[in-house]
Write a protein that binds this ligand. Structure first.
Ligand code: XLS
Ligand code: MG
Ligand code: MG
Length: 389
């Protein structure tokens, strides 16, 4: 096995405790793997070469733990981090699993649930910061409905805004060095979830009191479930300066939430994603929010985790190959050719420019006859991916 695909700390590969710790329960089947402790999972991640480990509050500390139990768990976890060198780049709150949240957390119709969700999140932020997290993910898994009879969607948005504003102020008040990353998902577990895509989140962020503290955590599977182009969501987030974190996995379009190994389903999408992240110089964690097939034991879980990172690194190498391929570069040059003849119409509006442009003549038929050679360009991409070039 070539060691150029060996993960290194500078690659910033991270996994949630809930990813390699997933016990393989599904709506039709019981767990297939025994539950490992957070400490065991840290060692497992260190063994496969990960750099970071993320967690929901209750992945680490059970929801009903006493303060003394919490302290013991946190100190054991810290010891495992010290011994392995793993870091905690991100933390989050579980506002989805407990029955208290079945009707929503920050958007629940019950003000007691909304207050409890805030309390739980503040405590989880304290826990994340204590362990070094700099990014705080908020995923509203239960912030939605099965029937719109249940809730006014405008009211729900106002509740969400109030909650995020409250949490930003809390972080400022505590003097924490922490930014929020909102994670969109269109459905599952709720029938419909509010702010269903990364685009929705980006628009919502601009309405907050502290938009500079809040970005997004787009997930491959979530955009694919909605039938969308993930790369385009990532590009928009990046261009807006909002790509604070990323959840890498894979997913067939229009299916249930599959959380497959990164690159295992739609290799071409994964390739253009890795190429984008590397080309623009994204410096955040590469977090894999996925889990092993239900068929696997823990050897399979390790293969799954190694596979996520290895595929990323192979695609990174393919992206370099794509960028330095002379035929591809020649095609790109041709595609983007600009003889300067339109320069006078470019840039900001002026009345003179508009008047001149209205008078200009264009050979529309010739424009329509141009062939773009995208078939060749795409086939060259495929041949790089298939390893024959
Ligand atoms: C679920 C989400 C979840 C978040 C963190 O689909 O991906 O795992 O990433 O709560
Ligand atoms: Mg997900
Ligand atoms: Mg996720």
């Amino acid at each position: 096995m070539s060691d150029r695909y060996q993960p290194k700390p500078e690659h910033k590969f991270s996994f949630g405790l809930w990813t390699v710790g997933n016990v393989g329960r599904d709506p039709f089947g019981e767990p297939v793997r025994e539950r490992l402790s957070p400490v065991d999972l840290v060692y497992l991640l260190a063994e496969v070469g990960a750099w970071g480990v993320n967690f929901h509050d209750n992945d680490l500390v059970p929801i009903d733990a006493t303060p003394a139990e919490r302290d013991r768990i946190v100190s054991d976890f810290k010891k495992a981090l010290r011994e392995t060198g793993l870091v905690v780049p991100m933390a989050t709150t579980n506002l989805a699993s407990d029955p208290a949240f079945k009707e929503g957390a920050f958007t629940s119709n019950d003000p007691r649930v909304r207050a409890y969700a805030l309390q739980k999140t503040m405590r989880a932020i304290d826990l994340g910061v204590e362990l070094g997290a700099k990014i705080y993910v908020i995923w509203g898994g239960r912030e939605g409905v099965e029937t719109d009879a249940a809730k006014n969607p405008v009211e729900a948005l106002k509740r969400l805004r109030e909650a995020i504003n409250f949490l930003c102020e809390y972080v400022i008040d505590q003097g924490y060095d922490l930014k929020f990353a909102l994670e969109a998902k269109p459905n599952e577990p709720r029938g419909d979830i509010y702010l269903a895509t990364t685009g929705h989140m980006l628009a919502f962020i601009e309405t907050l009191d502290h938009p500079e503290m809040v970005g997004v955590n787009p997930e491959v599977a979530h955009e694919h479930m909605a039938g969308l182009n993930y790369l385009h969501a990532i590009a928009q987030a990046w261009e807006a300066g909002k790509l604070f974190h990323i959840d890498l996995n894979d997913q067939a379009f229009a299916r249930y939430d599959q959380d497959f190994r990164f690159g295992s389903w739609n290799l071409k999408s994964a390739f253009f994603l890795v190429k984008f992240l590397e080309d623009v110089g994204y410096e955040g964690p590469r977090h894999f929010d996925a889990h092993a097939y239900r068929t696997e034991d823990y050897e399979g879980v390790k293969e799954f985790a190694r596979g996520c990172m290895r595929t990323y690194l192979i695609l990174k190498e393919k992206a370099e190959q794509w960028n330095s391929d002379p035929e591809i570069q020649a095609l790109l040059k041709e595609i983007n050719a600009d003889d300067g003849s339109m320069d006078m119409f470019k840039g900001r509006y002026t009345p003179e420019k508009a008047a001149a442009l209205k008078m200009a003549s264009f050979d529309r038929v010739a424009l329509g006859k141009r062939g773009w050679a995208y078939e060749r360009l795409d086939q060259l991409t495929i041949e790089i991916l298939l390893g024959v070039r």
